[in-house]
Design a protein around this ligand. Structure first.
Ligand code: NAD
Ligand code: APR
Length: 242
């Protein structure tokens, strides 16, 4: 069967083999930090220096990590896919962006960072987004508003993800939904598979182990993303060209 409208969701697991720590593994980010201390709006209001430090550490790591075979396989798919392809990532790293910059996508492709991006900041008053301006002073004045401050452009717990209307519209009409490297612990991303099922899509989970939402998927492909994703992309492109 060939597919026309593809939605792929990725989580921290797709970046794991690039050396980016995930969240809920034994050495995950949430084992070394309390979410309420570094990933909520209240945390930022209470102690902006601690929150900035948490994200500065993760941002400083970015130049030392690189897209892996899974990121590049998705970029190859985006370059050759003839229909609509929405790639939604929960990740705030720029590994997908770099892979697609090396292999430019086709016209039907869009990448959405639903939890924001480490390399961006936004104004606390206007919400306007800008590139991360280097090592921020704790209360960096915003260029967008005289009383504004710049904060990490990251969606924190309790905040709404970005571009949800666009994501939900794509899920409502997709015929193939693939989830890669996510534990299924956080909503609304963990509920995307149910929207895809309601649209009648084929739903596939690719992960190193079954996620919390395994029973909601038609199929599960288990193993490291750098092995499973290239193989899945090859099979998809073979079907499409068949
Ligand atoms: P949630 O209910 O979606 O998350 C559930 C899981 O997140 C919990 O099981 C727990 O593991 C963790 N969690 C959430 N808040 C926590 C807290 N205060 N302390 C400890 N663990 C916590 O989370 P939510 O608060 O309802 O937030 C949902 C919104 O936040 C969604 O829009 C989601 O996209 C966004 N979000 C952003 C991030 C991020 O780091 N950028 C992380 C998770 C959720
Ligand atoms: N290949 C494939 N999957 C992997 C690999 C790998 N090499 N390594 C780990 N995984 C899987 C894990 O089994 C786990 O199911 O990736 C998943 C990572 O889960 P989490 O650490 O919970 O990360 P994620 O699902 O992206 O978290 C969702 O929660 O805290 C927030 O903002 C955070 O966006 C994140 C959201």
């Amino acid at each position: 069967m060939s597919y026309h409208s593809l939605v792929i969701l990725t989580g921290a697991g797709i970046s794991a083999e690039s050396g980016v720590p995930t969240f809920r593994a034994d050495d995950g980010l949430w084992m070394g930090h309390r979410i309420e201390d570094v990933a909520t709006p209240e945390a930022f209001a209470r102690n902006p220096a601690l929150v900035h430090d948490f994200y500065n550490q993760r941002r400083r790591q970015l130049p030392t990590v690189h897209p892996n075979l899974a990121h590049h396989a998705l970029a190859e798919l985006a370059a050759r896919w003839e229909g609509d392809f929405l790639l939604v990532t929960q990740n705030v790293d720029d590994l997908h962006d770099r892979a697609h910059a090396l292999t430019p996508p086709g016209p039907g492709f869009e990448l959405i960072h639903m939890h924001g991006e480490l390399l961006k900041a936004h104004c606390t008053r206007t919400g306007e987004v800008c590139d991360w301006p280097g090592d921020l002073a704790v209360q960096e004045p915003s260029p967008h508003h005289p009383q504004g401050r710049l904060r990490p452009h990251i969606v924190w717990f309790g905040e709404m993800p970005l571009r949800m209307e666009r994501i939900e519209a794509a899920l409502a009409e997709c015929d193939l939904f693939v989830s890669i490297g996510t534990s299924g612990a956080v909503y609304p991303a963990a509920g995307f598979v149910e929207l895809a099922n309601m649209a009648g899509a084929r739903t596939v989970e690719i992960n190193v182990e079954p996620s919390l939402g395994r029973r909601l998927f038609d199929e599960g492909l288990y193993g490291p993303a750098t092995q499973q994703v290239p193989a899945f992309v090859d099979s998809l492109l073979a079907t499409a060209s068949g």
